[in-house]
Ligand binder design. Structure first.
Ligand code: FAD
Length: 307
């Protein structure tokens, strides 16, 4: 019941100011967002990749209000890619981007987001890696898929995310499961109305399995973005049935969630990519993590009370 309330708060400016300023917030935030600057995050990348994991890097930020912020987002990713070049990790370190941080919601936002994200995709390709376009709320997705298609003309390895809770996603998966595509399937983290999305966990889980089957049986490269133990076992079985080798799909999980499982899957020979967010504009990302698991909120509230 709390999840939707927290998701509503994740879009509130008043709550943003309150929570961002509370000194007790920081230690709880650090669990999910292990740094604010590129300098903070390089040791984290070294540590994760040193353990046999791969990473996808997210400079946190979304829902910007001015074109200069979109340019700043582009530059933050370019700075990161500059540092990744020195680490020579190739596709072991890729990027995840939210198009709302690149100006998608501003006037002329579709073109603005495409113009700002293209140099990031180009720079990533130059160092032998790629970019995945995150999925945000359902109103942004037609634009996201169109930008994805446009970028793939020059950079076919550009990935995108699809969300199992949306009714549309099974059709999107069929369209996307073609040779050369890279598609991350997640359950979905936004507050969506019943007119477009399943609301019950069991319905979302069932949809996830149906869609994953489409991806596994298709010709693209499925990226399984989930911490759900049941879905991970099912994914392994679907991959086996589809005749996929271990390097023909990958698991992805968020930094700070089920870290032992990251290492277990990697030790089994799976490709395991850790979605690692950093930066100062962490509010929206952090609130979605609280909404996903009520225990996170309890921990957060307890730490506020005990101060
Ligand atoms: P759940 O059923 O929510 O969780 C399964 C188990 O995982 C829980 O029982 C718990 O043990 C653990 N767990 C899950 N979440 C948390 C948490 N926050 N804190 C502590 N434990 C937790 N969503 C989008 O809408 N767009 C995206 O682009 C997107 N990208 C993602 C990228 C990656 C790599 C991952 C892993 C998730 C992404 N998500 C994205 C979020 C996703 O939609 C879900 O909200 C999130 O993954 C929780 O769902 P779950 O599949 O882990 O299953």
């Amino acid at each position: 019941m709390l999840g939707p309330v927290i998701l509503a708060a994740s879009r509130s400016d008043r709550m943003r100011r309150l929570i961002s300023a509370a000194p007790v917030t920081k230690p709880v935030v650090d669990r999910f967002i292990p740094g604010e600057t590129v300098g903070d995050i390089v040791p984290v990348i070294r540590d994760l990749t040193g353990k046999g994991l791969e990473v996808t890097m997210d400079v946190v930020g979304e829902d910007i209000t001015a074109p200069e912020q979109a340019t700043a987002a582009r530059d933050a990713y370019l700075e990161l890619i500059g540092r990744l070049k020195e680490l020579e990790l190739g596709e072991r370190a890729e990027m995840s981007v939210k198009l709302s941080m690149f100006g998608q919601a501003l006037p002329g936002g579709h073109e603005l987001a495409l113009a700002n994200v293209r140099p990031v995709v180009e720079a990533a390709a130059e160092i032998g890696t790629t970019v995945t376009l995150d999925a945000e709320d359902h109103t942004t997705l037609d634009s996201m898929f169109a930008i994805h298609e446009e970028l793939r003309k020059d950079f076919p390895q550009t990935g995108c995310v699809i969300q199992a809770y949306l009714f549309r996603t099974e059709d999107d998966a069929r369209r996307l499961a073609a040779a050369g595509s890279r598609v991350r399937l997640v359950k979905g983290a936004y507050k969506e109305p019943a007119s477009v999305a399943y609301q019950q966990k069991h319905e979302i889980d069932k949809a996830y399995v149906r869609i994953l089957k489409v991806l596994m049986e298709g010709e693209g490269y499925p990226m399984i973005g989930s911490h759900d133990p049941r879905l991970i076992t099912i994914s392994q079985e679907l991959a086996r049935r589809a005749g996929r080798k271990l390097d023909e799909y990958e698991f992805q999980m968020l930094y700070g969630i089920r870290g032992d499982e990251h290492l277990r899957l990697a030790a089994e020979g799976h490709r395991m990519r850790v979605y690692t967010a950093y930066g100062t504009d962490w509010y929206g990302y952090f609130m979605r993590r609280l909404a996903e698991k009520p225990a996170n909120l309890q921990f957060f509230l307890r730490s506020m009370v005990s101060k």
